[in-house]
Design a protein around this ligand. Structure first.
Ligand code: CP
Ligand code: NVA
Length: 311
């Protein structure tokens, strides 16, 4: 029984295999191949917070693979109507895998501990592993490799930044976070990365301008994540020097890609002009959520298909 609670659940070889599978599935889909690899399999989507990309890309991806999915909103009573042990042992008899978007990361850990079904983190306050898989798929498509690439995240050391820092360490990419004091990636997460990946190249700096000088990709995310709405006014002030705008883009190499997990607050953490610039891979990156997650589902549920079809 495998889970994806955080990317620490995977080895670098497994991440590479999932990305290779995603490329194969994406190419085959473009050729019109929708071979049902997961017929009869059922995915549950258990969401405590809103979502466009995660929800729709998992549902669409599962449909393309010949399986089906069920959206499980607040009425199923996760964390409110019964214990986690009752909840997970019951859904484990109906579903093959559940994607959970939780306010608190511990709720996802709790569901997984019973090993009643595979549990995939669809975003928590701690991490966003499915996003990081799509991010590196985008880097891989653009540059042909992730190794040695320098990704500069400008903004908050949040769930998206944590997962990105970790996947960069796993794939030998360099990661720099440019953020205001007090908004770094937390020490326990960084220490765990450094202990599992001693060669990790991770830096945290204040000034985004010099950091992007040799960037292969500039990445940003909202300054106020879901659940932090009460801090919004304060965060807008604190992060005002961390906007990904035309001046910052001009300080980066010409071919530097622009990434954002979306949804974006245009005019806040990123300008319209940068989102719409030729270097922006943001829409492709959102599309890659589906391809990466299809690969993850096949990897979890039908690994033999990968052994037979992916080089
Ligand atoms: N990037 C992302 O996870 O988007 P959603 O919140 O719309 O799922
Ligand atoms: N950091 C953002 C990501 C949204 C996809 C949030 O948690 O709201």
């Amino acid at each position: 029984m495998r889970h994806l609670r955080t990317l620490f659940d995977l080895s670098p070889a497994e991440v590479k295999q999932i990305l290779a599978t995603a490329l194969t599935l994406k190419t085959r889909l473009a050729e019109g191949d929708r071979t049902p690899i997961l017929p009869g399999r059922v995915l549950g989507l258990l969401f405590e917070k809103p979502s466009l990309r995660t929800r729709v890309s998992f549902e669409a991806g599962m449909a393309q693979l010949g399986g089906s999915s069920l959206f499980l909103g607040s009425d199923v009573g996760w964390n409110t109507r019964e214990t986690a042990s009752d909840f997970t042992r019951v859904i484990g008899q109906y579903l093959d895998v559940v994607v959970c978007r939780a306010k608190a990361h511990d709720r996802v850990e709790e569901l997984a501990q019973f090993n009643a079904l595979s549990v995939v983190n669809g975003l928590t306050d701690l991490s966003h592993p499915c996003q990081a898989l799509a991010d590196m798929l985008t880097i891989l498509e653009t540059f042909g490799t992730c190794s040695g690439k320098h990704i500069v995240f400008v903004g908050d050391g949040n769930n998206v930044a944590r997962s990105l820092a970790l996947i960069c360490a796993m794939l030998d990419a360099r990661f720099t976070l440019a953020c205001p004091a007090g908004y770094e990636i937390d020490a326990p997460w960084l220490e765990r990365i450094r202990s599992e990946y001693p060669d990790a190249q991770i830096q945290q700096v204040r000034d985004p301008m010099p950091a992007v000088a040799d960037a292969d990709a500039i990445y940003t995310d909202v300054w106020t994540s879901m659940g932090q709405e009460a801090e919004r006014a304060e965060r807008v002030k604190i992060f005002q020097d961390y906007q990904v705008n035309e001046a910052l883009q001009a300080a980066a190499p010409k071919e530097c890609q622009i990434l954002h997990c979306l949804p974006a607050v245009r005019g806040e953490e990123i300008t319209d002009g940068v989102i719409e610039s030729p270097q922006s891979a943001i829409v492709q990156q959102a599309g890659n959520r589906m391809h990466a997650q299809k690969a993850l589902l096949v990897w979890l549920l039908e690994p033999n298909w990968i052994a037979e079809n992916v080089k």
